[in-house]
Ligand binder design. Structure first.
Ligand code: ZN
Length: 346
């Protein structure tokens, strides 16, 4: 099969060719629960840039060359002997983790903490024509949703949904929720907030293109991150800050400012990463703020998100690239030139 293969790390992200187009062996069914999916679309994630930089090298053991791509959807191409829930030809979206079903964490629904493989991160992913996954990971798509249009929900959407679902139980009408970073995840976060809560939504970003996407996604207010964003949010929220801040950036000054935008007894959710949280224990007790980490999402989260998408309550902004143009997609993402999410199509 054809694949875009990562052969070398590039810590400064300066190479023209991050990945190489190569012919590689097709993945094969080796366990009864395996499924091979013919890729309809694979989302291009900022994590892929972090992988190329070598940021994940210490965290996961993966040998180069390997194939990135952890946001995958397509059609079932082949199934192992014990697979019963899908058949060849079914359209599916792939939960990014092949979690171990017998672990207590998996039985409790915490797929992210149940061990197992993470194709595209620690093993071959979907920047290819075919992907090996498992029956536990696939969600059958409703008729209304085409694989290439939904692939980024597998991680970008799922991660946004997981964080917003946690936040929504802490929001009532009259509250404010700030969404920092209106990119591939943030624009889904705004729509899910709209669907799950009655809070007024403030979309915050440096770029006017992103703020426009925030408005199209349903934000009630937009704030340009031009250095005055903290004051602007405080002005909108009567000087108190927002009950919920969801930070899809998580680096630079967004962390310090995001925490300051969070009102006392409010909640700050970290989704984007790369920076550091610094707050004194005294500030923590006086403010009673909660700081919450978020990692991908559960299988039920993905099923629920597909239900929202099926009803048209969440829509993805995507930009399509051919698989053999993967380097353009990665460079465009690196330069901040993708509105919404880039998707590779074999
Ligand atoms: Zn991702």
């Amino acid at each position: 099969m054809k694949a875009a293969v990562l052969t070398d790390y590039d810590p400064s992200l300066s190479r023209q060719q991050f990945v190489l187009q190569q012919e590689v062996p097709d993945p094969e069914i080796t366990s009864p629960s395996d499924i091979v999916v013919r890729i309809g679309g694979a989302g291009v994630c900022r994590t892929d840039l972090h992988i190329i930089e070598g940021l994940w090298r210490e965290r996961v053991s993966v040998e180069l060359p390997y194939i990135m791509g952890h946001e995958n959807a397509g059609w079932v191409e082949a199934v192992g002997g014990s697979v019963e829930s899908v058949k060849v030809g079914d359209p599916v979206i792939c939960h990014p983790l092949l979690s171990r079903g017998q672990t207590l964490a998996a039985r409790r629904g915490n797929d992210m903490h149940a061990g197992g493989a993470f194709p595209g991160i620690d093993s071959d992913g979907g920047y290819a024509e075919l992907l090996k996954t498992s029956e536990r990971a696939v969600v059958k798509l409703p008729q209304s949703l085409a694989p290439k249009d939904v692939a980024p929900y597998a991680d970008a959407g799922l991660t946004a949904y997981h964080a917003v679902k946690k936040a929504a139980v802490n929001l009532v009408p009259g509250d404010y929720a700030v969404v920092i970073g209106i990119g591939g995840l943030g624009h889904i976060g705004v729509q899910v907030l709209k669907a799950l809560s009655g809070a007024a939504i403030i979309a915050l970003d440096r770029s006017e293109m992103a703020l426009q996407l925030g408005r199209e996604s349903g934000a009630d207010h937009t704030v340009r991150a031009d250095g005055t964003e903290l004051d602007q949010v405080l002005a909108l929220t009567g000087g108190l800050g927002a009950q919920v801040v969801i930070d899809f950036v998580g680096e630079g000054d967004s962390v310090a400012k995001g925490l300051k935008m969070t009102r006392n007894a409010g909640f700050y959710y970290i989704v984007g990463y790369g920076g550091k949280v610094e707050i004194s224990t005294m500030d923590m007790i006086v403010s009673e703020k909660s700081i919450v980490g978020n990692l991908v999402g559960t299988y039920p989260d993905l099923v629920e998100l597909m239900a929202l998408a099926d009803r048209g309550l969440v829509k993805l902004a995507t930009r399509e690239y051919r698989l053999n143009d993967a380097n353009s997609a990665l460079h465009d993402l690196h330069r901040g030139q993708v509105k919404g999410r880039a998707v590779l199509i074999p």
